[in-house]
Design a binder for this molecule. Sequence first.
Ligand code: C2E
Ligand code: CA
Ligand code: CA
Length: 533
Amino acid sequence: MGMSESELIKRFDEAIANNYICPFYQMQINHSTKRLVGAEALMRWIDPVYGVQYPNDFIPVFEKNGLINKADIHIFECVCKFLKKCILKGLNLIPISVNLSRYDLLIDNLVEILENIRIKYNVPVKYLRVEITESAAVNGMDSIKKAINQFHNYGYIVEMDDFGSGYSSLNILKDLDFDIIKLDLRFFSECNNGREGIIISSVVNMSKWLNTPIIAEGVEKNNQADYLRSIGCNYIQGYLYSKPTEESEFEKLIINITHESAISNKIDSLYEFDTIKLWEPNSDGTYIFNNLMPASAIFSYNNHNIEILKVNKKYITELGMHLNEYDIMHLDHNKKFIDNYFEVFENTLQKAIDSKQEEKCIAWYQYYSKCCKEDKICIESRIQMIGTNGNEYLFLETINNITRQIHEYEELNLSEKRFRYASEQINIYAWEYDVSTKEMRPCFRCMRDLGLPPLLKNYPEPVIENGIFPADYADMYRDWHKQIENGVKELEAVIPLTPNRVPFLVRYTTEFDENGRPLKAYGSAELIIQNNK
Ligand code: C2E
Ligand code: CA
Ligand code: CA
C-alpha cells in the first residue's frame, strides 16, 4: 500500500529510529567465475502498517523536503553496522556500495560525517564504496569533483551510477576521476534497433582504455550476461543473480558463495611497460607503436571473441583494402576468417598464451571495402601475448600480407601441372639436374617408360651405363654437364636415345641464382616424329 507524501514526512523520524528505513542488498557477481565481488545497498521503507515502500515512491519526496541527507547517512550507518557484525562473526567480507543523492553532495562536510561513522564501527575503508549518480552533474562539476577528491583521500572507491542516462556522459568520463562505472541495461532496452549493442560495447571498450571497470546493472537474462561477457564486461548486478534482499537473507548468501578479491579492469602486464601507456596519446609506447613498429594491431581475446583495440598506419597499408581505423575496429572479426581459419588462428593464440613467445600463423580472410568490394587476403601474423586479465588476453600482432606470393606460387604450381599434362600429350620426357649435387630427378614418364628411379646420383653416368644414352654420345653429354657448370644458358642436340636408338631432340635450360651462378638445369627429350617413316 502506498503512503501519501504527508504520511512519509510525518513518520520519517519514527521510520529512521525504528529502522523501518533500512538497506536491502543486491549481489554483484563476476559472470565468468560466478564469484561474489560486491553488493549494493538499496533503501527500503518496511512499514508495519503500509508494508514495503520502494525508493521511487519516497526518495523524490525526501529530496524535495531535505530529508534525503538524513536517510542516506542512516543507510550508510546501517551498512557499517552490518559490516561490523560480519567482521565479528568472522565472515568473509565484500565491499558494499552506498547510494548518495545529488543533494548529499551539497553538504559541506558530508565526507567527514560518513568517515566518522566508519571509524565509529571500525570498518576498513576497502569494504565501502559510494555511488554518485551521473545526474549529480546538474549541480555543476565542482561539487562532484570535490566530493570525489575527499573520498579518494580517505581511500573510498567512487562509482559513477547510471552512466549513460545523462546528457554529458562523455564529459563526465573525461573530467571526473571515477573508479567504477555502473551501466544500467534498462536504459538501453527501449531501442531495439541494434544500436544498443554498439553503444554498450563501445562504452565497455572505452572503460578498458581508461582502466575503469564496469558493473552492468539491470541484467535479467543469461543471454544478456553472456553478451556482456563476450565484450569483456564480467561484473553483473541484476535479477539474473539475485533481487535485493533483506540483511539476514543476504548474510546467508554471502556465506554460501565464493568471493573474489577485488573488482579490477587492470590488464596484468607481462612486461616492464604498463599497458595503459599504449593508450596514452603522448606516451613513448604510442609513438613507437604508431611510427616505429611494423604493421601492427593490439587486440583482445575473450571467450572466442576477438576485438581489435588499436592498429597503426602500416597495418592499414599492409591490408591494402583502403579501410580506415574505424572500419577495421568495427568489423566482426570472428566472421572475417574464411573456412576453418578462425580455428587455426585461435590455436595460435592458445599456443602464444602457453608459450609466452611469439607464434606464427597464416590465415585467409575475407574483407570488404567500398572501393575493393569483397576480397580474399592471406595474412601471415606473428602474435605475442602482452597481458592478461582472467579470461581476457591482450595480444600484439604484426602482419604481413602474403596474398600475392601465394597467388604466384599457385600459378607456378598450375603451370607446372599444365606442363606435365602437356608433356604427356606431346611425347616429352623431362628431368631436373642439380648442378652442385650432380643429382637428376626424372619426370613421372621417365620413371614409367624408362624404368628410372626417382633420384639418380652422379648424373649422367647411370644413364650412360644402362644404355639409354648411346656410348658414342656419352662424352658429348658429359661435356654438356661441364658446360652447364660453367654457366652455359642453353644446349640442344638430336640424340638417338633408348636401346632402340630413337631420335630425340634433347634440350637443357639452365637456371641461375641472383649472383649468376648456375643452380639447376632443366632437361627435356622430345620425340622427333619422322615423316619419312
Ligand atoms: P539505482 O541506484 O540505479 O539502483 C538500481 C535499481 O535497479 C534498484 O531499484 C534495483 O532494485 C533495480 N534492479 C536491480 N537489478 C534489476 C533487474 O535485473 N531488473 C530490474 N527491473 N530492476 C533491477 P530500487 O531499489 O527500486 O532503487 C531505485 C533507485 O532509487 C536507485 O536506482 C537509486 O537511484 C535510488 N536509491 C535506492 N536506494 C537509495 C539510497 O539509499 N539513497 C539514495 N539517495 N538513493 C537510493
Ligand atoms: Ca545505485
Ligand atoms: Ca544505477
